[in-house]
Design a protein around this ligand. Structure first.
Ligand code: PXL
Length: 278
C-alpha cells in the first residue's frame, strides 16, 4: 500500500492529537494511536482521559483523569504546538465529554481542525469504558462538533437503537447517525457476521460511499477501531477528503489486522509494526 507523505528529518511534521484512554497492555487506546501516528510519520499529541488497568484478558478497572487536567492538556498543546487533526477514543463519562467539547470550542478548533470521534463504549471483552449517561453526551455535545464519527455495530445499537444486520439497516443507521450532527458518519461493518467481508458505509447527508475489504480472520484484533480512527485523522491532517481518508484508514487497519500477533493469555493487538518491514 502507499502511505502518507513523509516530512524530511529536522522539519516539523504535521501534528495529530489523540484524546483517549491509556491501555496498560499497550494494544489499544493512546498506545495504539501513537503507534499509528509514528508509523504514518505524523507527530502525536495526547490528552489522556482515563488510565485503564488491563491486560490481554480484559479491563480490570480504570481511573478518570480530573476534568481540569483533561482540558489543560488540550489547551496547552493547542495554544503552543498547534494541530491539524484530532481523534477521540475512550472518554469514560458525560462530564469528560462535555469538558472536551468546551475545550475544543474555547481553543477555536471547532470548524477549523478535523475531529474524528470514535464513540468507544466497551472493550472487545464487553467491559464498559463509558458511563451510560455518556451516550447522550455523545449525541448532543460531541457529534455536532465532529467531522466524522466511526461507531462499530454495538455502538450503533446503543446510539440510535438500530440493529444492523444487512445493507438496508446499515443505510438506515448511517442516516440516523448523520442526523445527530456530524458532517460524516461511518458505520463500520467489521462485526457484520452475515457478510464474509467487512463492509463500511460512509454518509455525508447526501451521498453514500461503500468501502469493502475481505475480513481478516484473526482472534487478535484489539485496538482495531482506535487504529482505524487514528489513521483517518492522520490522513485528514494531510488534507485528504473524508472519503479518501477513510479509504486510506481502511487499507491501513487491514494491513495491521494481517500483522496482528498473540500477546499474553487472551487477545492480542493489531500491529502497525508491519510498517517497519522484516
Ligand atoms: O478499542 C477500544 C479501546 C479504547 N481505549 C482504551 C481501551 C479500549 C479497548 O479495550 O482499553 C483505553
Amino acid at each position: 500500500m502507499t502511505f502518507l507523505p513523509v516530512t524530511p528529518p529536522g522539519q516539523t511534521p504535521l501534528r495529530v492529537m489523540t484524546i483517549a484512554g491509556s491501555d496498560s497492555g499497550g494494544g489499544a487506546g493512546i498506545q495504539a494511536d501513537l503507534r499509528t501516528f509514528a508509523l504514518l510519520g505524523v507527530h502525536g499529541l495526547v490528552a489522556v482521559t482515563a488510565v485503564t488497568v488491563q491486560n490481554s484478558m480484559g479491563v480490570k478497572g480504570f481511573h478518570e483523569i480530573p476534568l481540569d487536567v483533561i482540558a489543560g492538556q488540550i489547551e496547552a498543546v493547542a495554544s503552543d504546538i498547534g494541530l491539524q487533526a484530532a481523534k477521540t477514543g475512550m472518554l469514560a463519562s458525560s462530564e469528560i465529554l462535555a469538558t472536551i467539547a468546551d475545550a475544543w470550542r474555547n481553543q477555536g478548533l471547532a470548524g477549523t481542525v478535523p475531529l474524528v470521534v470514535d464513540p468507544v463504549c466497551a472493550s472487545m471483552h464487553g467491559d464498559p469504558l463509558l458511563h451510560p449517561t455518556g451516550l447522550d453526551a455523545y449525541r448532543t455535545e460531541l457529534f455536532p462538533l465532529a467531522t466524522l464519527i466511526t461507531p462499530n455495530l454495538d455502538e450503533v445499537r446503543l446510539l440510535v437503537d438500530i440493529e444492523v444486520v444487512d445493507s438496508h439497516s446499515q443505510h438506515e443507521a448511517a442516516r440516523a447517525l448523520h442526523a445527530l450532527g456530524p458532517q460524516w458518519a461511518l458505520v463500520k461493518g467489521g462485526h457484520l457476521r452475515s457478510s464474509p467481508n467487512s463492509p463500511d458505509l460512509l454518509f455525508d447527508g447526501t451521498e453514500f460511499y461503500a468501502f469493502d475489504a475481505t475480513r481478516v480472520e484473526t482472534g487478535h484484533d484489539h485496538g482495531a477501531g482506535d487504529t482505524l480512527a487514528a489513521a483517518i485523522a492522520s490522513a485528514l491532517a494531510h488534507g485528504y477528503r473524508v472519503p479518501d481518508a477513510v479509504a486510506f484508514g481502511k487499507r491501513w487497519v487491514t494491513e495491521c489486522l494481517r500483522a496482528a500477533y498473540p500477546l499474553g493469555h487472551g487477545h492480542g493487538p493489531v500491529s502497525a509494526l508491519f510498517r517497519l518491514g522484516s
